[in-house]
Design a protein around this ligand. Structure first.
Ligand code: AMP
Ligand code: MG
Length: 525
């Protein structure tokens, strides 16, 4: 529970100016607010001076029934920077806790995010949240703000991941302000409007477990089940079914991350969505040259969240969630009874266990699709392991560009090695590639793979365009130095069709330039 008194930020234009007219074309529901005040603090965003529109994402706007022109509606900027609170809003910040870098961090919470409302749309419920909207009772020592740099990264990547088909929170818009924000240097403020069916994290459960508040824990679990996972209710043990469902969704999510070469960078339990969505884009990165142990977060000195570690870390985080949920099937008065405790722990383990199998199945499914292969006879995934293991060794040893490799592999012939050049030229050690591709061809021919059909199928799962760090960096530099946001919009448009050939955007698919090697992305946001 938050013991900090609710902090009422000054209410801006809403107090004084004409009523807000920007309509939400759908009704709102109380959503998270129905849980009660123990779970959040009602407060208004803190206004920012001279706000301006940076970008609106058409695909995210469509989720709320708007087209991209909504950005030019009179109240849009003031509403989505938090300077006026529309009549459909019920703004609040939620409390959660969590494990950060493997250590219990205690209470955290929405330190700079404020939920405006939950819209009930044709595309489902969407919580509308402003990130960077000012101080909340959970801001701790920080300033409640987000800078333009990290906001552009979160905005672009949310929409890029959605277009890649990876489960994710969405981003509707970015607003900027010239208000200075201190990070390593002085930067300026921005607010990203995020959309998600819910922003509930593992950490919300950990919070109430840490306070031994089983009633609140149950309320939260019931809320998630009733709103998002109703099938769990039919299980004889709904809360164990919830844990199993979250384990399965998380397994699917991480397998998808690995397949697209996405590193999250800060997989703390407070950054793990209960719905299995990618959430809280900070020091993330897509693999350029393949390094299985790539660490995208400069602040992660131990490599806890390295690319290769993501599946294990997700499983570790699920154990934290299991620990938090345990009181729901082990009443506190029984915790000292060895037999009851063992049985409850066993039940938790049984709910977590399917993670491994599901992850492996999703992993092989993704990589088989990337290779254009049919499932092996008898459905035994293990049969694909040698081909994949040798490929990863090859890519790692040669530091081959991950995205380019897969895209160029789509055009390979199952019979004609003379057409290998586009992909073969990515390797310094051509002989090593030749050895691997010979095995791959054997497999293709064994299943009588049809080159033209396979190529089309592979092009639909191996993206041409991903948000490489240097692409985001170019957009950020123009935005910061010249207030020129056209590159943000251009990138957004390219990344919203990641599998399509876009001849005018060929350079966005190229190898990173030399200067990109010096880019460092840290937790500072
Ligand atoms: P993150 O590492 O971004 O997931 O944030 C971890 C915790 O710190 C969350 O509770 C955030 O809300 C909070 N936080 C991060 N940056 C700020 C900030 N500038 N102001 C207030 N809270 C913040
Ligand atoms: Mg976070």
């Amino acid at each position: 529970m938050p013991d900090t008194p609710p902090r009422q930020a000054p209410q801006s234009a809403a107090d004084t100016a004409t009523p807000v007219t920007l309509p939400l074309p759908f009704p709102t529901a109380s959503g998270f607010a129905e849980l009660g005040p123990q779970f959040f603090t009602r407060l208004h965003p803190t206004p920012l001076p001279s706000p301006y529109l940076v970008s609106v994402a058409p695909a995210a706007a469509a989720l709320l029934g708007w087209d991209a022109s909504v950005g030019s509606q009179p109240d849009f900027i003031d509403t989505f920077i938090g300077n006026q609170v529309p009549d459909w809003a019920d703004p609040l910040a939620t409390v959660y806790s969590g494990h950060q870098f493997g250590v219990w961090a205690g209470q955290l919470g929405d330190g700079r995010a404020i939920r405006l409302a939950q819209a009930q749309t044709d595309t489902g419920p969407w919580e509308i949240q402003l990130k960077g909207a000012g101080l909340t009772p959970y801001s701790r020592m920080a300033d409640g703000r987000a800078v333009l740099r990290s906001s552009i990264r979160e905005y672009l990547c949310s929409e890029a991941m959605a277009a890649l088909g990876v489960p994710t929170t969405r981003a509707l818009s970015i607003m900027g302000s010239d208000a200075p924000v201190r990070r390593e240097t002085i930067e300026t403020a921005a607010v990203v409007t995020r959309l998600s069916p819910t922003f509930i994290r593992f950490g919300h459960f950990e919070h109430f477990a840490a306070h031994d508040d089983v009633a609140a824990l149950r309320k939260l679990a019931d809320f998630v089940i009733d709103n998002f996972m109703p099938a769990c209710r039919d299980d004889s043990q709904p809360y164990q079914a919830l844990l199993r469902e979250v384990s399965l969704r998380t397994a699917d999510l991480i397998a998808h991350w690995q397949a697209v070469g996405f590193c999250h960078g800060v997989m703390n339990t407070d950054n793990m969505s209960i719905l299995g969505l990618t959430i809280d884009y900070g020091p993330f990165g897509f693999l350029d040259a393949f390094d299985a142990n790539h660490i995208c977060n400069h602040s992660d000195t131990q490599g806890r969240y390295a690319y290769s570690q993501q599946p294990q870390v997700a499983f570790w985080n699920l154990h934290c969630l299991a620990q938090a949920l345990l009181p729901l099937w082990l009443p506190p008065e029984q915790t000292d009874q060895e037999g009851a405790r063992d049985a409850a722990v066993e039940a938790a383990r049984a709910a977590l266990d399917p993670f491994r199998e599901r992850y492996a199945a999703a992993f092989f499914r993704h990589y088989r699709a990337k290779l254009g292969l049919r499932p092996p006879a008898g459905g035994d995934d293990k049969a694909d392991e040698p081909l994949l293991t040798s490929l990863f060794q090859l890519l790692h040893g040669q530091r081959v560009d991950y995205t380019l490799f897969w895209r160029k592999l789509c055009g390979i012939s199952s019979t004609d090695a003379s057409r290998d050049a586009p992909v073969r030229d990515l390797f310094l050690d051509r002989a090593a590639f030749d050895a691997w591709v010979a095995d791959y061809r054997v497999r293709l021919r064994a299943e009588q793979s049809h080159d033209a059909v396979r190529e089309l199928e592979m092009l639909a799962v191996n993206p041409k365009y991903v948000l490489r760090n240097h692409l985001a960096e170019t957009a950020i530099r123009r935005a910061r130095e010249d207030k020129d946001f056209s590159e943000v919009d251009r990138l957004l448009a390219v990344l919203s069709r990641p599998f399509d050939e876009q001849p005018e955007a060929e350079h966005y698919a190229a190898l990173p330039p030399d200067w990109a090697a010096g880019l460092e992305v840290s937790c500072s946001s």
